[in-house]
Design a protein around this ligand. Structure first.
Ligand code: NAP
Ligand code: ZN
Length: 375
């Protein structure tokens, strides 16, 4: 291709500083180094975690930065030594890399590759440099992906190849859908006939509902504070939806009354300490499983009576639904997955990059499901 080996100038949404709107800028994207891949982004979802990074809830996000970690794109060029993909291949960037050799990658019980940047938060590629510059300044990378840009560069550890027919909404597989669906299937291992409660009806929450339904749960209670999202939650698989504001007692007591003492599985998809506690307390005392997916600020703490666990409940969490996408049994069928699960139904609106701040406003209000940026 004509651009291989050259710096590409393109548009990107740059977050120059925390809590300020993103700014659409012309940036330079350097060619991929060895074992890296430059990708032309086709679509990128705007996730609650992007919003948390911008508002510093994630802790020490390095600014200026190009956020975004849930995308689908086409390989534009490859660095030396890349064998997995070639220019023209369609890929989903992975915010959780897969080196294949670390303890997590070798274990069936974890997907959190040691070479991730979520825990280290360098905001850089593995050689401690960035491929992005804007107005003469280096711009940080986010979660090994940075997808709010027409072009990005990622490590070859951070890509899953998908079929050429994969639709744009399959970008959701790269975070929101993968996280929610995987949480039900992999992390909780929801069993047929079981009861579930899903707290927080955004992109992750609705995807969790889909996962619970696929696992055969007989009852799936959506818990949210925006009633206008209830019909969508029900269409996608919830058997009923409740709003804590409609009751004069704690929502966990309401759920216990509805389910003969509590649900088998609860999922926290809102990113709030109070909903984490409510989720835990809404599970059956003898065997309930609670999965925490929402992200809270590093200063926040869960404080709980150990008796809640001693009786038989368990509390766990997962990143990206425990999915190792490169080797997962859903790989190869990703485009089918997008069709099968009506991922387009999770997309509440599609916008051009110039309107990306509208997507952040929707996330902040809690009224949207998933906005995707189409390039
Ligand atoms: P989202 O679209 O913003 O959804 C969050 C939902 O929580 C909202 O739609 C809202 O729904 C509810 N909510 C309750 N209190 C809220 C408040 N004070 N502000 C905003 N929303 C509130 O976000 P998402 O993309 O689904 O992500 C959900 C959480 O999962 C976030 O914390 C995100 O960082 C985290 N996440 C984790 C992973 C992982 O790998 N573990 C991956 C992606 C995202 P209702 O009003 O209907 O309840
Ligand atoms: Zn995400």
């Amino acid at each position: 291709m004509g651009t291989a080996g050259k710096v590409i100038k393109c548009k990107a949404a740059v977050a120059w500083e925390p809590n300020k709107p993103l700014s659409i800028e012309e940036i330079e994207v350097a060619p991929p180094k060895a074992h890296e891949v430059r990708i032309k982004i086709l679509a990128s979802g705007v996730c609650g975690t992007d919003s948390s990074a911008l508002s510093t809830v994630l802790g020490d996000t390095k600014f200026p930065v190009i956020l975004g970690h849930e995308a689908v794109g086409i390989v534009e060029s490859i660095g030396k030594g890349v064998t997995e993909v070639k220019p023209g291949d369609k890929v989903i960037p992975l915010f959780v890399p897969q080196c294949g050799v670390c303890r997590s990658c070798k274990s069936p019980n974890s997907n959190l590759c040691h070479r991730n940047d979520m825990t280290k938060k360098t905001g850089l590629m593995e050689d401690n440099t960035t491929r992005f510059t804007c107005k003469g300044k280096p711009i940080h990378n986010f979660f090994c992906t940075s997808t709010f840009t027409e072009y990005t560069v990622v490590s070859e550890l951070c890509i899953a190849k998908v079929g050429p027919q994969t639709p744009n909404e399959a970008c959701l597989i790269g975070c929101g859908f993968g996280t929610g669906y995987g949480a039900a299937i992999n992390t909780a291992k929801v069993t047929p006939g079981s009861t579930c409660a899903v707290f927080g009806l955004g992109g992750v929450g609705l995807s969790t509902i889909i996962g619970c339904k696929m696992a055969g749960a007989s009852r799936i209670i959506g818990v949210g504070s925006h009633k206008d999202k209830f019909p969508k939650a029900i269409e996608i698989g919830a058997t009923e939806c409740i709003n804590p504001k409609d009751y004069d007692k704690p929502i966990q007591e309401v759920i216990a009354d509805m389910t003969d003492g509590g649900v088998d599985y609860a999922f926290e998809c809102a990113g709030r300490i109070e909903t984490m506690m409510a989720a835990l307390q809404s599970t059956y005392f003898g065997s309930g499983v609670t999965v925490v997916l929402g992200v809270t600020a590093p200063t926040e703490r869960l404080s709980l009576d150990p008796l809640l666990l001693l009786t038989g409940r368990s509390l766990k969490g997962s990143i990206f639904g425990g999915i190792a996408l490169k080797v997962s049994n859903i790989q190869g069928g990703l485009e089918l997955m997008a069709k099968k699960f009506n991922l387009d139904y999770l997309v509440s609106q599609s916008i051009p990059l110039e309107k990306i701040n509208e997507a952040f406003a929707l996330l902040k209000s809690g009224t949207g499901v998933r906005t995707i940026v189409l390039f």
